[in-house]
Design a protein around this ligand. Structure first.
Ligand SMILES: Cc1ncc(COP(=O)(O)O)c(C=O)c1O
Length: 446
């Protein structure tokens, strides 16, 4: 006896998934539960006896669905809005079915070689330099962690410099590695400034293209030139002297698929490493973070540790020698499926539409005396606030999110409260963005 009737239960699961995507728009965007409510309803221990898969689906509906924040909702405008597209979802099912654990090449030649190829497809689509080596990590946090490990290995130094607006993962990664973080101040346009900074003892400079709070763009070319002019490699075989430059383009990097958005890629060809997350704006389900390096040999040296039981006579390539994890999921399969089923043209059209919608919203904010733009609008994010106090804006945010109609979030700039509206779901249309504007105005006047 098997635990499920794979065909019948599988069909029910697929039907559940299809129905969810059809009706997600009718569900509240933000989960309307209080902390602990789900835990109270979940059994305290695992069942002794088998239960039917149908019961799992029933409890998904009854217990979990009301406690889901619906990231696939077209009016999810929080953090960076994302999409798990249908080709990606189906590919996840197949990847789980195949359960490839690509520890070394022979453990999954297909997964190893497909990963290299599709990551290279994305490199080409984004206009990144030939010859870069890329692979997939789970998240940008891990990609940046790996970059800092490589930087420290190569330079023998222990300091990381990033902008005050860099993502918290940079600081967390450095902290986990026992590295010191120095935060550089930003200019009026929220771009990292480096003048006056001595980089001689610095292992890595992390530049961000599309900061999380404001989508500002650090001056990558200038940072690269300064980094590479600083200090000397300790590594004996190193080709040049300098500090490692890592670029975090986790969200905004996807926009480079459109030629007209490549203004923000200026200088990235000088980077030592770069990360972009297809699970943010390239329609790939969590998790899929790409990291490339211009220095594959040094990078590999930082990670390669092959125990006896993994040594093979074919001496083929192992992606586990390029990152922290040994076991690797077949993540390239969903990226492959998304790239093939959408095609670059359609992906470009989606990115352009999201940017257009953000520009439209920005226009409404600018035309109104009751609202103000807080930072220049870049990519598909709008940072704005209601003219008034921080407390009024904070209460407004709580009310619009409690409505269940839209979900936005906040950040702070120089201590003052900022509302963020991020567009990134493939289902989001102009109607949804107009509705967001109406909800904000209705709640503000209430
Ligand atoms: C610019 C930037 N870098 C890194 C991250 C961390 O991403 P992940 O969740 O993949 O670790 C984020 C998350 O939003 C981000 O916006």
């Amino acid at each position: 006896m098997t635990e499920v009737d794979f065909r019948e239960d599988g069909a029910a699961a697929l039907e559940w998934a299809a129905r969810y995507l059809e009706r997600v728009e009718q569900l509240p965007v933000l989960a309307q539960v209080r902390p602990g409510e789900v835990s109270e309803r979940l059994p305290r221990s695992a069942p002794e006896r088998p239960e039917p898969f149908a019961d799992v689906l029933r409890d998904l509906d009854e217990l979990l669905l009301p406690a889901l924040t619906n990231w696939q909702h077209p009016r999810f405008f929080s953090y960076f809005a994302v999409t798990a597209s249908e080709p990606g979802i189906l590919a996840e099912l197949i990847a789980a079915t195949l359960n490839q654990v690509a520890i070394v090449w022979r453990a999954s030649p297909a997964s190893t070689e497909l990963e290299l190829r599709v990551v290279d497809w994305v490199r080409q689509l984004l206009g990144l330099p030939d010859g870069w080596h890329g692979h997939i990590e789970d998240t940008a946090s891990t990609s940046t962690l790996a970059a800092l490990i490589a930087a420290r290995h190569v330079t023998g130094r222990n300091v990381v410099v990033c902008s005050e607006h860099a993502h918290s993962s940079v600081e967390k990664d450095a902290r986990m590695l026992g590295m010191e973080v120095r935060k550089a101040p930003a200019d009026q346009e929220l771009r990292m400034r480096v003048e006056g900074y001595d980089l001689d003892d610095v292992a890595a400079v992390v530049a961000t293209v599309g900061t999380t709070s404001f989508t500002s763009v650090d001056p990558v070319r200038e940072l690269a030139e300064r980094a590479h002019a600083a200090g000397t490699w300790l590594h004996v075989d190193a080709a040049y002297a300098g500090t490692w430059l890592h670029v975090d383009a986790a969200y905004a990097g996807t926009s480079w698929i459109c030629e007209e958005e490549r203004w923000s890629a200026d200088g990235v060809e000088l980077a030592d490493s770069l990360t972009v997350n297809p699970h943010k704006w390239m329609l790939v389900p969590m998790d899929c973070s790409l990291v490339w390096t211009a220095r594959p040999d040094e990078w590999r040296e930082a990670f390669s540790l092959v125990p006896e039981y993994l040594r093979t006579s074919d001496d083929a390539y192992a992606l586990s020698e390029y990152g922290p994890a040994l076991g690797r999921r077949f993540r390239s399969f969903k990226l492959w499926a998304v790239l093939r089923c959408y095609g670059a043209e359609r992906l470009r059209a989606i990115v352009r539409e999201h940017i257009r919608l953000a520009e439209l919203f920005t226009g409404w904010v600018e035309e109104s005396d009751e609202w103000e733009l807080v930072a220049p609008q870049r990519f598909s994010l709008v940072c704005f606030r209601r003219v008034g106090t921080d407390e009024e804006n904070e209460r407004l945010l709580e009310r619009v999110n409690a409505s269940g109609e839209i979900f936005i979030n906040h950040t702070k700039l120089d201590g003052s409260y900022v509302l963020r509206l991020a567009i990134g779901n493939v289902r989001t249309t102009e109607v949804d963005v107009r509705r967001a504007w109406e909800v904000l105005n209705e709640e503000a006047r209430r």
